[in-house]
Design a protein around this ligand. Structure first.
Ligand code: GRF
Length: 198
């Protein structure tokens, strides 16, 4: 039985698209995206899910308040019998009760080589700006397990890309995003293979 994935999103959803292409449309039997949860309405990620025929929910933590948000998220995950949660450009904190229940089964993709350039407030172009300002010659993407702290869970996979002398945060972001689209499905597959062997 394919692992049932929920993808949590807040924006464009190109990583979601990579998962839909790899698993749902690509016929890869290891997993399927069965649910997309968005932190706000009207985002491109929701359109991508609808195009692929994947059910969607919008749950806004700020509007709902912490407890109703946690309860609703747990309910939608349970109703869809989700095995694995993937944060792909998700800008809200996963509630502690969800982390606890799905410990070891929540993945995040971060556009830098953790443990550097991660943590609270390190998202979007801010990450790439910080990398360029630091003078680092390499950056990349990291897939890691999610725990109670931002960007601190066990690292599952990383791939590096060069930082070029004339890079802007935008050009570096675009180079890393291309790598993310390969790294994320590959990391999920290898995680699932390891589990099946255990
Ligand atoms: C990616 O760079 C991801 O690493 C970060 O947010 C971005 C999301 O892009 N967490 P997209 O919504 O998947 O296009």
């Amino acid at each position: 039985m394919p692992a049932r994935i929920a993808v949590l999103v807040s924006g464009g959803g190109t990583n979601l698209q990579a998962l839909l292409d790899h698993f749902n449309a690509g016929g890869n039997p290891a997993a399927r995206v069965e649910l997309v949860v968005a932190s706000r309405p009207g985002i491109m990620a929701l359109e991508r899910a609808a195009q692929a025929g994947v059910p969607t929910r919008v749950l806004n933590a700020r509007e709902m308040g912490p407890e109703p948000f946690t309860d609703s998220l747990l309910t939608v995950l349970e109703d869809s019998a989700i095995d694995l949660i993937v944060l792909a450009g998700y800008l809200q904190m996963v509630p502690p009760a969800v982390v606890e229940k799905y410990r070891g089964r929540i993945l995040n993709i971060h556009p830098a080589l953790l443990p550097a350039f991660g943590g609270h407030g390190m998202y979007g172009l801010r990450v790439h700006k910080a990398v360029i300002e630091s003078g680092a010659r390499m950056s990349g993407a990291t897939v890691h397990l999610v725990d109670e702290n931002y960007d601190e869970g066990e690292i599952l996979a990383q791939r590096s890309v060069p930082v070029l002398p004339d890079d802007t945060p935008e050009s570096l972001a675009a180079r890393i995003l291309r790598v993310e689209h390969e790294l994320l499905p590959a990391a999920i597959e290898s995680m699932l293979q390891t589990r099946t062997r255990d």
